[in-house]
Design a protein. Structure first.
Length: 372
């Protein structure tokens, strides 16, 4: 990777965002959903609740790789990369090109960079690692195609941050973040793992020249959604397309806490068996970013909570190459996708857990157990 010159000014995103509609939180319904989920989970011990993913092997691998990486850093580098678990920085995430805290790839030696990327692999599946590192490579593509380049596109301006002491038994977290990539992992008691918020974007969504010509980093996120649309009859389409115009960005932005949005689109109960399997395939495209053990448990939780509670909604044109947006919303989670900017060749995707972002639910149970 080449090293671009640093810019001392605050980097501002070109991602234009229109006013976002506020989410509608329905306490009674939401509490009822949680009660139903809790009852179901009494008979499914593998998944204690929607976010309680127990993955001690993955968590231990993360801790070991984090320790190896951190032990290779100088004292000054450690001051940059380490934060307390309680530091507000842990919750300050974003996906635009801006100044960030943490240790950047460009400030690491070759050996340190190798160890950093080896650590990153522990929190992702092979597919997730490929997507994440390809997103990083797209910064070099943008540097070539943006003649003005005032944002200082740089594939080495991706930052690693650690919150608390990595441990096989303790509570800690980490973030890897830069333009169009924000991975936030929380480990509680050495085995419970939370993986949201998680943002991936791709600009260009389809690379049209250069060494990466033809590359579509987030192809599955679009193609699998279109597969569902193409299978629908007119009545189903009318339910699914809830807005003629696509939102110009994800609705929830980089909010620290996200409540459920208005239920939009078609309920899975109104889909055929084959269409439901296609919807599961689309959800799995997002879950397959994670290590397989975590992804399997997340899918089990979604199925146990009832697939019929999941809604799939589309906004904008259904024609390829035109601005479009979709969301998948269940009782406990939200997926948003938009492809609007740069002539609909610029994708944003995000996974949010209403009560589980940054491990909030896991931490609440952990602290409650400590007090008891």
């Amino acid at each position: 990777m080449s090293v671009a010159s640093e810019s001392n000014s605050l980097l501002i995103s070109s991602d234009n965002t229109e006013s976002r509609p506020k989410g509608v939180f329905m306490p009674t319904q939401f509490r009822l959903q949680w009660l139903l989920l809790s009852f179901t989970c009494l008979f499914t011990p593998m998944v204690a609740h929607a976010h309680e993913i127990s993955s001690p092997e993955t968590a231990a691998q993360m801790a070991r790789a984090a320790g190896t990486f951190l032990s290779a850093l100088s004292p000054d580098q450690l001051k940059t990369v380490e934060f307390t678990f309680e530091d507000k920085e842990r919750l300050d995430w974003h996906y635009v090109p801006r100044n960030r805290s943490g240790l950047a790839l460009k400030d690491m030696s070759d050996e340190q960079r190798i160890l950093a990327l080896e650590f990153l692999k522990t929190g992702l599946s092979p597919k997730g690692y490929w997507k994440s590192t390809t997103i990083i490579k797209l910064e070099a593509v943008l540097r070539e195609i943006e003649t003005w380049n005032w944002m200082g596109r740089d594939p080495e301006k991706y930052f690693f941050s650690f919150f608390g002491q990595p441990s096989d038994t303790g509570t800690w977290g980490w973030r890897v973040e830069g333009h169009h990539l924000s991975l936030n992992i929380t480990v509680v008691r050495g085995h419970l793992v939370a993986t949201a918020p998680r943002f991936l974007g791709a600009n260009p969504a389809l690379v049209t020249k250069g060494e990466l010509n033809g590359m579509r980093t987030l192809a599955g996120e679009e193609d699998l959604a279109r597969k569902i649309l193409k299978s629908m009859n007119q009545k189903q389409l009318q339910k699914t397309v809830f807005r003629d115009r696509a939102y110009s960005d994800i609705v929830t932005g980089s909010d620290e806490v996200v409540p459920p949005l208005d239920l939009a689109g078609i309920s899975a109960r109104d889909l055929s068996a084959a269409q439901k399997e296609s919807l599961i395939g689309l959800i799995d495209e997002y879950l397959s970013m994670m290590p397989s053990e975590i992804g399997r448990q997340r899918m089990a939780a979604i199925r146990n909570n009832g697939l019929d509670q999941v809604h799939f909604g589309w906004a904008g044109s259904i024609e390829p190459g035109q601005p479009h947006y979709y969301r998948i919303q269940g009782a406990t989670f939200l997926v948003e996708y938009d492809n609007v900017q740069n002539s609909a060749n610029h994708i944003h995707t995000v996974w949010r857990d209403f009560d589980g972002d940054f491990g909030r639910d896991l931490l609440r149970e952990h602290y409650r157990a400590e007090h008891q």
